[in-house]
Design a protein around this ligand. Structure first.
Ligand SMILES: *[C@@H]1O[C@H](CO)[C@@H](O)[C@H](O)[C@H]1NC(C)=O
Ligand SMILES: *[C@@H]1O[C@H](CO)[C@@H](O)[C@H](O)[C@H]1NC(C)=O
Ligand SMILES: *[C@@H]1O[C@H](CO)[C@@H](O)[C@H](O)[C@H]1NC(C)=O
Ligand SMILES: *[C@@H]1O[C@H](CO)[C@@H](O)[C@H](O)[C@H]1NC(C)=O
Length: 473
């Protein structure tokens, strides 16, 4: 039975295990330190909820005889976790240690003896030198999100001191050792389960990882983990799929991610490495969806331009056009013929595109008469930046190479059209592409996360984003 459960659990694990990630995330010591602060605040809150049950009983005391006692209304009045450390346990997870913790409680005591004598008062209990040691495993859950669980915990109630108010001193002696032990162990029993709860409370936050980040009507990005986190003595490294897919249907591109590893930097809390594969998977999706095509009409050319999309302007370069189609407006259909390829070199992002342009004359009855088809190879340089929680870009056209694919109007010199096409691409196509790229593509995020002190470097084959994070509840 158990084996079957285990097997069905394994079947639920992402089938992607073992493939190279497209995006790598590194959580540094600085990031862990931020996690420690949040974790300690959470544990402190949990421990403050400790409720000690009322205790009552009878004890035989010479020469008085039977003494009935009760301790009631015990409440925590002060609790502190001044010293704590979160460390990496290579291969396993993290260790959390809390030292010198203290808890102060206030309560009431009551005794009855010799049948009729009653006495009561209050007491203060001070627990100090409390230590808690726990280890936490970091794993991937069945949805490809990270998850944590407590794997061990020990709590040691260092020293317990009680101070009684009211009553006779012989009573103090009676209670002291008893109450120290009873309350000490009642406390100790509650600590580890509450710490475990605090740790488990992290999981709902981790579950908010956008493993299927929606981009637009064409695309989404998959950010599920491709394997277990790699925990070294310096960082926790998580490999994410980092692949664009067309919305709803996950068709693989004809290329796959190359392995890469992030440099061991540690000035920021978090590093994201976004591979060229991830960006190119976007190109594949948009090209395959036919989204990389555009009709260019004259109204897209600034009115200040002397060059117009009509047979008069084009007729000055290709006289047949003016003769065959006098006085007509034109339209250009530009589309990619294969997916654009992005290359990352240190401080240099370039995009190679291959497209086809078809020029039409627009007849008065709106029929389109084809004039020619041109092959177009463009070299584009890109600037990439992080905005909010997104990666955005801005493209600049460097150079185009054109060749004639087909003419419907007889032979002509393609080079004569180079300037006019460069101008049209710059004023009509690039602004549209840049408007899309400005919208940005979501990075992997958890909860209400904000990036601060963010910097981006272009390295060989990937982008490195270093950032600090802040969470708002
Ligand atoms: C961390 O691990 C690396 C490689 O395994 C090792 O060279 C280095 O000495 C270790 N550092 C510490 C502080 O243990
Ligand atoms: C361009 O125009 C043609 C003809 O009007 C139309 O069939 C096509 O869908 C348009 N393409 C785009 C990308 O708008
Ligand atoms: C960027 O790289 C491309 C090719 O990878 C190269 O042609 C170009 O000169 C480089 N640009 C700069 C500014 O280094
Ligand atoms: C539109 O006009 C052109 C040129 O006058 C003609 O060749 C074509 O048949 C017309 N198309 C329709 C659908 O009327």
């Amino acid at each position: 039975m158990f084996v079957w459960c285990l097997l069905s659990l394994l079947a639920l694990l992402p089938v992607t295990t073992g493939i190279n990630p497209g995006v790598e995330v590194k959580l540094t010591q600085k990031g862990l330190e931020y996690g420690r602060q949040m974790g300690i605040a959470s544990i402190q809150k949990k421990l403050s909820s400790i409720k000690l049950p009322d205790i009552s009983g009878t004890e035989h005391v010479d020469p008085i005889g039977k003494v009935q006692y009760s301790f009631t209304g015990m409440q925590i009045v002060n609790l502190g976790l001044p010293t704590s450390a979160l460390g990496l346990v290579p291969g396993t997870g993290v260790s959390l240690s809390i030292d010198n913790a203290f808890i102060n409680l206030h309560g009431n005591w009551r005794v009855k003896y010799l049948r009729i004598i009653k006495d009561s008062g209050s007491f203060d209990l001070a627990v100090s030198a409390l230590t808690i040691r726990t280890t936490i495993a970091v794993m991937s859950d069945e949805t490809g999100r990270p998850s944590v669980s407590m794997t061990s915990c020990t709590a040691d109630v260092g020293s317990v001191k009680v101070k009684f108010h009211g009553g006779a001193s012989w009573l103090y002696n009676l209670f002291s050792s008893y109450i120290n032990k009873a309350l000490g162990s009642a406390l100790q029993k509650q600590i580890c389960p509450l710490v475990a709860e605090s740790i488990a409370d992290v999981n709902p936050h981790l579950k908010t990882l956008n493993v299927e980040a929606k981009v637009d009507k064409y695309a989404e990005i998959e950010y599920s983990m491709v394997g277990s986190p790699v925990i070294s003595n310096a960082s926790i490294d998580i490999g994410l799929k980092g692949e664009f897919y067309n919305t709803g249907q996950h068709k693989e591109p004809p290329f796959s991610p190359a392995p890469f590893s992030l440099p061991s930097q540690n000035t920021n809390m978090l590093y994201f490495g976004v591979s060229a594969f991830t960006i190119n998977s976007a190109g594949f999706v948009y090209h395959s969806a036919g989204a990389l095509s555009l009709n260019i009409t004259d109204d897209m050319i600034p009115s200040s331009s002397p060059i117009r999309l009509n047979t008069k302007t084009f007729g000055t370069f290709i006289p047949q056009i003016a003769k065959m189609y006098p006085g007509l407006m034109m339209k250009l259909l530009v589309k990619t013929v294969k997916q654009p390829i992005v290359t990352f070199q240190p401080n240099n992002v370039t995009v190679q595109t291959s497209g086809l342009v078809t020029a039409y004359a627009i007849q008065p009855n709106s029929t389109l008469s084809p004039l020619f088809d041109l092959n177009l190879d463009g070299s584009i340089s890109a600037r990439v930046y992080v905005t909010e929680l997104k990666l955005a870009g801005y493209l600049t056209l460097n150079k185009i190479d054109m060749s004639l694919a087909k003419s419907y109007v007889g032979p002509f010199q393609v080079t004569s059209l180079e300037n006019i096409f460069t101008m049209v691409l710059k004023v009509a196509v690039m602004p549209k592409v840049n408007a899309c790229l400005k919208e940005g593509y979501p990075l992997p995020t958890i909860g209400k996360m904000h990036l601060v002190e963010t910097q981006l470097q272009v390295l060989k084959d990937y982008l490195l984003v270093g950032t600090d994070v802040q969470f708002t509840e």
